[in-house]
Design a protein around this ligand. Structure first.
Ligand SMILES: NC(=O)c1ccc[n+]([C@@H]2O[C@H](COP(=O)([O-])OP(=O)(O)OC[C@H]3O[C@@H](n4cnc5c(N)ncnc54)[C@H](O)[C@@H]3O)[C@@H](O)[C@H]2O)c1
Ligand SMILES: N[C@@H](CCC=O)C(=O)O
Length: 515
C-alpha cells in the first residue's frame, strides 16, 4: 500500500472547552499512577531492580511521578548481547517493513496524545502548548524517518555504464547507544531511536533520569505495536555508573547523543579510545548546546522583533538548545525595542503548567542553583532590567530575567545558561552585531530582523549557526521543513528530520557485476 504524503502534525487547541476537559481529566487520572515502578527492558525480560530512580514533579519537588529501575554494568552487558542477537533478524527486514513499525507507533502517539501531554506537564514542567509540540515533533520524526528510510531502499544515484551492473546498498552499523536529554523527553528520544532502528540497527536507550517515566511510556508504546523484543532495549541508570561503560564498550558501534557540550565532549573522547579487540571505529552523532540569539538592525519591524525575542528567550523557561538567550540590537532602536521586550515579558504568566501558564518551573535543583549563580554574575556584568527573582519553596521557579548593556565578552553573553535569562547588547552596525553573535563556542540557531536584503545576504554568509532565520524566532524548527542541528560546539552537524540524518546510521556498500 502506498504511504500518504508527509504532513506535519497539527497543534491541538487545548484551550477549547472539550479539549481542556479531556486534558484536565488525564492530568488527574495519571496521578493515580505516580507510585508505579517501571522496569528495565532487555529483550523479552522486564527487570525490576532494587535500586530505583525517583522522578520528581519540578512544580512540586515533594511529588514523585514514578520510579524507574536502574541498570547496572551487568545489565548493560546483557543488553548489548541481546541487541546483537536481535540484529541479524532486524537488519534482514526491508526498510519498508521497519518503517511500518514507525507508522504504527505514530498512530498510537496520536491516540494517547492527551495522556502523553499530561505526563509532560507533570514530569517535565512543560505547559500544554509546549507538551503538545513535543509529542507532535515525535510523531513527525516517526512519519518522516519512515518515509525517508524507504527512499534508501532504492539504489544510490549511480552513473550507469554498459557491461556492468552497479548497486549501492545502505547497511546498518550494528548495535548503538541512544542517549537523549530531558528537555524534549519524547520528541528527541523518539527521533534518535526511530532513526537508528528504521535503518536496521538495534539499540540500548538510556533516558535522562529526570524524565525516565516519559521514556517508559515510549517503551509501553513499542510494546503496544509489537516491535520485536531486543530491537530497543531500555536501560535507565546513573551516567556515572554505566555511562563510560556503555559508550566505551568494545561491542557498541555507534553512539547517538543529544545533551550538553560537557557531556558530549566527554562521550566523544571515551568513544574514540580504542579498547582491546575492538574492530570498529565508533561513530558518534552528537547534538549539543547553543548560545543562540537574535540580531536586530535599525530597519526591523520592532513589534515583531520584540515578540520573537520574548518567545525565543522564555518559552519553556529558556530550556531549549535553540533558546534565544541573547538579543543584539542596533543603537538607533536600542531603547524603544528594550521597552517593548520588557513590557511583553512582564505580561507573561508564571506558575504550574497544570494551569497552562506561559512559564513554569525549571527542571531541578541543580538547574535552579546554576541559574541563581548566573543571575548574580549578570548583576555584576550588566544592568538588570527585569526579573531576577527566584522561588524554590514549592517548585523551581525563576522569573523571566533580562539584563541590558551586557558586554560582548560577559559570561551571560557567551555561556549557555539553559534557563530564562536574556542578555541584551548594543551594537552600531549589522556587521558588529554578527561579530558579537559569533563570539561564542557554539553554532546552533540564530535570527536576524531586518528589511535590508544586503544585510540578509551578509548574515547568510557570516552568521555561524546551523539554523538561521530572517524576521522570525530562533526556536521551533519544523521537522522536514528546517532540518535541525548545529556545528562547532553545538554538535556534529547531523540534521535531524532529514534523509541526511538517517545516513549517519548506515554505511554504504557497492556491489558490481560484470555482465
Ligand atoms: N543540539 C540539540 O539538538 C539539542 C537538543 C536538546 C538539548 N540539547 C542540549 O542538551 C542540554 C540539556 O540536556 P541535559 O541537561 O539532559 O544534558 P546532559 O548532557 O546533562 O545529559 C544528556 C544525556 O546524557 C546523559 N549523560 C550525561 N553524561 C553522560 C556520560 N558520561 N555517559 C553517558 N551518558 C551521559 C544524561 O544522563 C542524559 O541522558 C543543553 O545543553 C541543550 O542545549 C541540545
Ligand atoms: N528543535 C528544537 C530545539 C531542540 C532543543 O532543545 C527547536 O527548534 O526549538
Amino acid at each position: 500500500m502506498a504511504v500518504a504524503e508527509f504532513k506535519n502534525e497539527q497543534t491541538v487547541e487545548w484551550t477549547q472547552p472539550e479539549n481542556e476537559k479531556l486534558l484536565r481529566e488525564k492530568i488527574y487520572e495519571i496521578q493515580s499512577q505516580f507510585s508505579e515502578h517501571y522496569p528495565l527492558i532487555i529483550g523479552e525480560d522486564r527487570i525490576y531492580s532494587e535500586k530505583k530512580i525517583p522522578s520528581y514533579n519540578p512544580s512540586n519537588h515533594e511529588q514523585v511521578v514514578g520510579y524507574t529501575s536502574q541498570a547496572t554494568q551487568q545489565d548493560i552487558e546483557k543488553a548489548i548481547g541481546v541487541a546483537w542477537n536481535t540484529f541479524e533478524s532486524w537488519r534482514s527486514k526491508t526498510f519498508r517493513e521497519r518503517a511500518n513499525y514507525l507508522f504504527k507507533a505514530a498512530e498510537v502517539f496520536r491516540k494517547r496524545k492527551a495522556e502523553l501531554i499530561a505526563w509532560h506537564v507533570m514530569e517535565a514542567g512543560k505547559n500544554w502548548t509546549e507538551s503538545d509540540g513535543d509529542i507532535n515533533e515525535a510523531i513527525d520524526f516517526l512519519e518522516i524517518y519512515g518515509r525517508k528510510a524507504m527512499q534508501m531502499e532504492r539504489d544510490g544515484d549511480l552513473i550507469r555504464q554498459p557491461g556492468i551492473d552497479n548497486n549501492l546498498e545502505y547497511l546498518p552499523l550494528g548495535v548503538g547507544v541512544i542517549i537523549p536529554p530531558w528537555n524534549f523527553p519524547f520528541a528527541i528520544l523518539t527521533g534518535m531511536t526511530a532513526a537508528a532502528i528504521v535503518t536496521g540497527n538495534t539499540v540500548l536507550v538510556k533516558p535522562s533520569s529526570l524524565t525516565s517515566v516519559i521514556g517508559s511510556k515510549f517503551m509501553e508504546i513499542l510494546d503496544e505495536i509489537n516491535l520485536p523484543d531486543g530491537v530497543v532495549n531500555f536501560v535507565p541508570g546513573s551516567s556515572r555508573e554505566i555511562g563510560d561503560f556503555m559508550v566505551g564498550h568494545r561491542d557498541v558501534n555507534f553512539i547517538s547523543f543529544t545533551g550538553s557540550k560537557e557531556a558530549g565532549v566527554h562521550i566523544d573522547e571515551t568513544a574514540h579510545k580504542k579498547v582491546q579487540e575492538q574492530r570498529w571505529i565508533k561513530r558518534v552523532i552528537s547534538e549539543m548546546g547553543g548560545k543562540d540569539g537574535i540580531v536586530v538592525d535599525e530597519s526591523a519591524d520592532l513589534e515583531a522583533a520584540a515578540e520573537a525575542i520574548v518567545v525565543s528567550a522564555f518559552r519553556f523557561q529558556g530550556q531549549k538548545c535553540s533558546a534565544g538567550s541573547r538579543a543584539i540590537i542596533h543603537e538607533n532602536i536600542y531603547e524603544p525595542l528594550i521597552d517593548k521586550i520588557v513590557s511583553r515579558t512582564k505580561q507573561l504568566t508564571q506558575g504550574s503548567p497544570v494551569d497552562n501558564n506561559d512559564m513554569g518551573p525549571v527542571i531541578d535543583r541543580s538547574s535552579f542553583t546554576n541559574i541563581s549563580q548566573y543571575i548574580e554574575s549578570g548583576k555584576k556584568e550588566s544592568v538588570l532590567a527585569c526579573g531576577g527573582g527566584t522561588d524554590d519553596s514549592y517548585g523551581y521557579f525563576i522569573e523571566p530575567t533580562i539584563f541590558i548593556d551586557a558586554p560582548a565578552d560577559s559570561l551571560i553573553m557567551k555561556e549557555e545558561i539553559f534557563d530564562p535569562v536574556l542578555a541584551i547588547s548594543k551594537v552600531s552596525s549589522v556587521k558588529e552585531g554578527i561579530e558579537v553573535f559569533n563570539n561564542t563556542e557554539y553554532g546552533l540557531t540564530g535570527s536576524l530582523f531586518t528589511q535590508n536584503r544586503d544585510h540578509m545576504e551578509y548574515a547568510r554568509r557570516h552568521m555561524v549557526c546551523g539554523n538561521l532565520f530572517f524576521n522570525g524566532k530562533c526556536t521551533g524548527a519544523v521537522v522536514g521543513v528546517q532540518p535541525f542541528g548545529g556545528y562547532y560546539m553545538s554538535g556534529t552537524g547531523a540534521k535531524t528530520g532529514s534523509l541526511d540524518y538517517l545516513k549517519h546510521f548506515v554505511q554504504s556498500k557497492t556491489i558490481s557485476e560484470i555482465l
